[in-house]
Design a protein around this ligand. Sequence first.
Ligand SMILES: *Cc1c(COP(=O)(O)O)cnc(C)c1O
Length: 476
Amino acid sequence: MNYLSTRGDTTPRKFCEILLEGLAPDGGLYLPEAYPQVSDATLGEWRKVYHEQGYAALAFEILSLYIDDIPAADLRALCAKTYTAEVFGTGEIVPLRHLEDGVWLEALSNGPTLAFKDMAMQLLGNLFEYELARRGEELNILGATSGDTGSAAEYAMRGKKGVRVFMTSPHERMSPFQQAQMFSLMDANIYNIAIKGVFDDCQDMVKAVSNDLEFKRKYKIGTVNSINWARLLAQVVYYFAGYIQATESNGQKISFAVPSGNFGNVCAGHVARMMGLPIDQLVVATNENDVLDEFFRTGVYRVRGSADTHETSSPSMDISKASNFERFVFDLLGRDGARVKALFADALAIDGKFDLSADPAFAQTAARYGFVSGKSTHANRLDTIRDTWARHEVMIDTHTADGLKVAMEHRSAGVPMVVLETALPIKFAQTIVEALGREPVRPAKFDGIEALPKRVQVMEADVATIQALIAQECGY
Ligand SMILES: *Cc1c(COP(=O)(O)O)cnc(C)c1O
């Protein structure tokens, strides 16, 4: 399997060549040259593999179709090491919970940081460690976070050989629970850096360091953001696992509803569907930051300015543009790299938007690719959390509530709807209290974490200071 860029660079690259990279050199995103097709017989085999051998074995089957530069035995071992009941809380790894007639929740948030990003990040940590050892190289991951991504990255990379994580976050702006999760890590390769500023200041520092090409090369600076192909690939697996659990035979179709921000999660659903998984609809649910809902309703993709980007009670979906969306547009436009480049590199840069409403391809988003969408507001979120608690005694988090709200608008008779649960309510306790008048349940392993010692350094938003820290810790 070779990979190419969505902006027309067709230089064939192998999985491990793109594993440690973000964007392709032409600014595009990596995708496989073609999606492997899963026959009815293979899907039947995988059904047995999941039921008899478990999630890790299923992950190996799917990943091995996309990764041919890691020996099979090693890849199998990496999957087995990643997807354990110990790390993800249950033997099923992603158990389905029945909510009501035809509606299910798929639990993706029982990993170490209680959000679905662990599903991919935990695998990424093991892949990075493996590949860096093979090359005899080191990597310094530099990131900016306002919550979920940073903690998922730290819990995936802690203690991994060859990797250091320098994670910036806005000083005193994360929730006490989020701060405790990250800052209580005592691993020597994890550096928490609280920046005196806001999230954008953190992100600007990361960009400035990455744009210093000499520094970047010397200190092997890398990222773990959601455009990384390996993260997306790891997420494809739980669409198959969800399908297998929700159905008894391959003749059945199901739909998935996905709380969406950067379009990484639902793009993995698109890949699964392109491989032949019998998915009827992919329901894209957004919050007040409705860039994606606007596109799927109107054909206009319009990125938002910072004044136009809302801070909401489902903060992990607060995006101004959807960084993985380009992957879907590439498929939608018949994999025409030149056109994708014209849209994403030119039109977006000049006008901040592009309009496909008059293009025949736009009608295909629903008809051929199964995409539908909807949006959910703070009031909807509270209603959905209350209703789900009142009727089912199930407590859901704010992001999952957005997914469930929009899912209910797109149900069709006889087609099971699986809503992806992307975080546990404890992470967003304030809104749960607002909705239900009570504190969310806290998993036992998080009892008292706010009181643990913290390992964090507070820093001015100054690029030279962070560069000095990285150089000092590398010792070269
Ligand atoms: C990151 C995140 C999302 C959004 O996922 P995308 O892949 O960016 O669309 C939704 N919910 C939670 C809890 C998240 O952490």
